[in-house]
Design a protein around this ligand. Sequence first.
Ligand code: DQQ
Length: 580
Amino acid sequence: MDLQIQSKLIRVLLCCIPIIFNTFNGNGVVMASHKVNPNYQSVSAVKVKQVYRTAFHFQPKQHWINDPNAPMYYKGLYHFFCQYNPKGAVWGNIVWAHSVSTDMINWISLKPALVPSKWFDKYGCWSGSATILPGEKPVILYTGVIKEKPEPGYQVQNYAIPANYSDPYLQEWVKPDNNPILKPVQVNISSFRDPSTAWYNNGHWKMLVGSRHYSRGIAYLYRSKDFVRWTRARHPFNEKLGTGMWECPDFYPLSSQGQRNGLDASASGTKYVFKVSLDETRNECYMIGEYDLVQDRFHPDNTSGWTAGLRYDYGNFYASKTFFDPIKKRRILWGWANESSTKDEDVAKGWAGIQLIPRMVWLDPSGKQLLQWPIRELETLRGKKKNLKNVKLNKGDIMEIKGITAAQADVDVTFTFSSFSKVEPYDKKWEKFSPQDLCGINGATVQGGLGPFGILALASKNLEEYTPVFFRIFKTHDKNYKVLMCSDATPSSTNPNEYKPSFGGFVDMDLTNKTLCLRSLIDHSVVESFGEGGKTVITSRVYPELAVYGDAHLHVFNNGSETITVERLNAWSINAPIMN
Ligand code: DQQ
């Protein structure tokens, strides 16, 4: 099918202008922190609305989930916990849901591992992490809320241990009476949470706790010899003025550049990653740097410190946590994707929140950033396959990929081009804009030189709805190329009430081979995209009205004047695993 994208899609673009401007002005960007909705938080789902439920992403049978907690491997099983409201589809009544798996794709749900039951977690068992102590002894560190005031609650840190180490399911957890192990002494009592996995060196266990002092985001470091008595280090592990509350800090060592194998938290790495989740923007930020074992401080490298603005995911992704898989010797990243729908819609559908497909993370050969890739086990769900080779896409071409379930798919494309002659100049005034803003200005319908080209996921038959994931290449005034990757929910739904942000990130890559790769996991209401082998990752939550189930279509497109070749495309229908 050979169509002019611009004319076909102009109607959709026009209806989206207010949203583009919202994003542009920064108004639509910030997703709210956990909002407390007392009227809704104990409203049990009457019926679970299926249409936007994902098939192969982690979610419980019903109700709300948020942060991944304490992922770990124990006696043949992967354990996964997450923040869960057993009573409703909005945040509240938080307990630790618990599921087990042999492959991190098929999940069996167990009873909640931690529920408020003691004075030291009476008002909530909030996020935390697992540490495997010597002798294969797992321990959970988590935040307990002991008073409702001051909002969002008075926070302490607790530990829990398995009641029965010989149970591979770890079904019972004990909260010893010597809890809490940390009280908020000389720290902000209601901004003191989310203990990290602990690591061991120089005769001590070390862990991080997220906090803030006014607008200064802080990760406090605590040390302990016995894992029960902890002392705060004199200096914060890391801090930054103007960044607000730091939630869910994570810290781990990396193997050398380009090496895929992960390391245990206590191993020494060539480099280290420090990550925090920024409550004010609901973005995450990670840095690569050196860890000074004597001073117990983290020093980000110049190339990947705060100014580099590195994020695991430039879309809907928050409160992430990694763990070391000792069996496959890899570091795995889990992240939560909240809904973009309204609270009323969430209540009506009876559920909210998914966990994204676990990703392997390792250090890019450049040493300046991480690479991420969906775990290999996902490929066991691949069904029917469609393959294309050497297909040319001229300006305005859209080509449908038929023969697979487009609403539940895995698509992997390699694009090539033969010349830079038509590349657009990078407008100097864009330098003050974020990649997200640039994607808002330069959507898929805005014709370019080299790009936009990519896929249209979850497209309705006549393209009233579609989620474009695409690249656009620019030439900067110093004659370098800049690759922008966008995942644009703006045209994803004809429902004007949805939050439909246009997410974007730059891809730091070498274009010598004139090749760019894109892999997207499409699962009904989520499009999770990996640019250039996982250099830039963007997740969008979308709620099409028309492009659902069998009415969803998948296309490749080019809206740049330079011809693009789909050198290779593999697309698979994805089967549903066992999901809780
Ligand atoms: N969610 C938890 C907190 C954490 C926040 C509460 C991050 O522990 O800071 O559900 O999403």
